[in-house]
Design a protein around this ligand. Structure first.
Ligand code: ATP
Ligand code: MG
Length: 637
């Protein structure tokens, strides 16, 4: 009998799914009417595979739908509780946010920004980042936000690729108590980029900076800007932003999103998944540099006029209690984070969260990677006190918004730790084999999306061909996300890891998530990543990298034996790793995802590919040296 949790929020809307199942196009047509349009559309969906255009002929503006619509009734309502890393705080109402966005829109206009121009934003997690994005949206400029932890080479590539003539940055940003000198990084990045005309500099850290002829201070420009600026009516498919993917599987891809479809997707999923109410305090820990921060920080909460917490710094700064402290301080009711953050919190034990009052929480969410059932249970018990549903939301930069998730704002269904449960209404998802045939229940295969959805990317920036090749060439007219999954007898979906990372041992296909979750369920283990290396006999054998919990001292043979036994019993002898390597950290992207392809390259003695989104190079060196030691000792034996 599968482990299930019958916990919901009392919502039982059966109509929505029924409507969606009967006709997904007219279903989304109805959903789109939740937004404010300047003019209605003539055609709900124009589908010329692989290009989908939603609400064709309609005109809309993202800034209008997040700000103008709330003025009056919600002008005084808090839009953002901002918490600085050093403990500073700012409270920003919908009225104030509106005013600042209009002023900054005029700043951009004064610099001759036109509709469709790209603007690169390289700012820390401060409210001005949101102001800049919504101002771009207001006048129809296409923003391209680059995570403020990136180096000058990474940012240069992105500025060059998007041909942004205007950059918005800050003197510096605070990260783990230190100042990251962002302006210097930009100076380096644009040395040879003559097409860059202006750099707008926000003074955040008051670090001394040298201003060049291109530079203008944010405060100087805002001081003289008018606060009258109407939102521009834009075609529904007007490009709202370009955002580069996390780079977990290779070189980041520049994903281009539109406006009307994207906003419709966000409005509906935010309501269904988070059950958002006027009284809620929402807190998503994602940096705006990633898609979660775009969709569920910068846009969706404001579409609903919700109050949210925005945090500037590292989740464990100055110590591992910081998140729980923020939750308690602001009375957070809905908390949305990542499995990697949860594994880190778990590593520090229960006493820390237990010493905070987390009783305001009513809903918990995760995104970004498969959540190991062990971690799910910990989240449910220790953080949610067994009273909050957990939504495990599967989606990608490309999908724009959630495609698979429990939807407690809509319906109450049993939850299963480790399963994202069902697709959202209006989206047809299957698990198929190499030939595109549906596989039997509980059989592993590739996840595919069989119809277009409104949050779907328009294309890859400047590269329609690559867009077609990456997502639409493996199966005819089916979107291929590149993830491995299975569907159980209840139709619940289980994400098993990246299709590229699948292990093929003696003819059996094993998803990385299954094996890693088994290892993580050992009480001493905090994190794990597995990869395959070629083997003459078996095709491939498994190597497991394991990070232990804080209170566990040096690994011993006993622990290794226990892990091997556990894997044999829980997954099967076939999955038994050839080697278990204990390391202190795993290589991750800056968005917190494990980069198994780097482990694979090391274990296979291959050249390491694109590392531009790697968080900490030391993790790679450590894995390399541990692996070399083990290989040497194996050779001796
Ligand atoms: P790149 O495409 O450059 O390799 P990336 O895929 O990591 O980077 P994102 O768009 O940030 O970039 O991440 C989307 C991926 O994250 C999904 O394809 C999936 O592998 C993983 N993912 C996201 N949410 C979940 C989830 N709830 N369960 C399992 N996997 C998830
Ligand atoms: Mg991806």
């Amino acid at each position: 009998m599968a482990e299930t949790y019958d916990i919901g929020l009392g919502n039982t809307d059966l109509e929505t799914r029924k409507q969606a199942d009967s006709d997904f196009v007219s279903f989304w047509d109805t959903q789109a009417k939740n937004l404010s349009w300047f003019s209605s559309w003539d055609k709900t969906l124009d589908w010329k595979p692989p290009f989908a255009r939603w609400f064709v002929g309609g005109t809309i503006n993202a800034s209008f739908n997040t700000l103008d619509v709330h003025q009056g009734a919600k002008s005084e309502k808090t839009a953002i509780f901002w918490e600085g890393e050093n403990g500073e705080s700012r409270v920003i109402s919908y009225g104030e946010l509106f005013l600042k966005v209009k002023k900054f829109s005029n700043v951009l206009k004064s610099l001759d920004v036109k509709k469709g121009d790209r603007i690169t934003i390289y700012l820390p997690m401060v409210p001005e980042l949101i102001i800049a994005m919504l101002a771009c949206a207001r006048i129809g400029a296409t923003h391209t936000v680059v995570f403020s932890g990136f180096s000058s080479t990474s940012i240069k590539d992105r500025i060059y690729d998007s041909k942004s003539e205007i950059i918005i940055t800050a003197d510096g940003g605070f990260r783990r108590g230190k100042i990251v000198e962002l302006k210097n990084v930009i100076d380096d990045a644009i040395t040879d980029l003559d097409f860059v005309k202006h750099v707008i500099v926000l003074e955040r850290t008051k670090t001394p900076i040298t201003l060049t002829l291109k530079d203008k201070l944010w405060s100087d420009l805002m001081d003289i800007a008018s606060d009258v600026c109407d939102a521009e009516p834009l075609p529904s498919d007007h490009p709202l932003y370009i955002l580069y993917t996390s780079g977990t599987t290779g070189k980041p891809k520049g994903v281009l999103h539109g406006t009307g479809g994207y906003l419709t997707h966000l409005y509906s999923t935010f309501k269904w998944a988070f059950d958002i109410k006027d009284s809620d305090v929402f807190f998503c820990t994602a940096d705006i540099g990633w898609v979660t921060g775009h969709s569920y920080v910068a846009y969706a909460p404001f579409l609903h006029g919700a109050t949210q917490v925005m945090y500037e710094g590292a989740p464990d700064f100055p110590d591992a209690s910081r998140m729980w402290d923020i939750l308690q301080k602001y009375g957070v009711t809905i908390f949305y984070t990542t499995p990697t953050a949860l594994r880190m919190f778990m590593k520090f034990g229960d006493d820390i969260p237990n010493s905070f009052d987390l009783s305001t929480l009513r809903l918990l969410g995760t995104v970004g990677e498969p959540i190991n059932p062990e971690v799910w249970r910990w989240y449910f018990k220790t953080i949610g006190k067994e009273k909050c549903p957990i939504i495990d939301t599967w989606w990608q930069t490309e999908t724009g918004g959630m495609l698979i998730s429990p939807l407690p704002g809509l319906e109450t269904i049993p939850l299963k730790p480790g399963s994202g449960t069902l697709p959202i209404p209006g989206v047809n998802i299957s698990v198929v084999d190499e030939n595109g045939e549906d596989v039997l229940p509980n059989t592993k295969g590739y996840l595919v999306v069989k119809n277009p959805w409104p949050g779907m990317l328009l294309t890859l920036w400047g590269d329609d061909e690559k867009y077609q090749k990456v997502y639409w060439s493996k199966y005819t007219n089916c979107y291929y996300p590149g993830d491995y999954a299975k569907k159980d007898h209840d139709g619940y979906l289980w994400l098993l890891g990246r299709a590229d990372d699948v292990l093929k041992v003696a003819g059996h296909r094993i998803g990385t998530a299954e094996l890693e979750s088994c290892i993580v369920s050992h009480g001493d283990v905090a994190e794990s990543a597995v990869c395959g290396v070629p083997d003459e006999l078996k095709g491939e054998v498994v190597i497991a990298f394991v990070v232990l919990k804080h209170n566990v001292t040096t690994p011993n043979d006993d622990l290794e034996k226990q892990l091997l036994t556990k894997i044999r019993n829980d997954v099967g002898a076939i999955a038994t790793p050839k080697q278990i390597c204990f390391v202190s950290k795993l290589p991750k992207t800056r968005s917190g995802k494990i980069m198994r392809r780097l482990l694979k390259s090391i274990a296979n003695n291959e050249k390491i590919g694109d590392t531009s989104t790697l968080e900490d190079g030391a993790a790679v060196s450590e894995v390399q040296s541990v692996f070399d030691d083990i290989s040497k000792s194996l050779k001796k034996n």
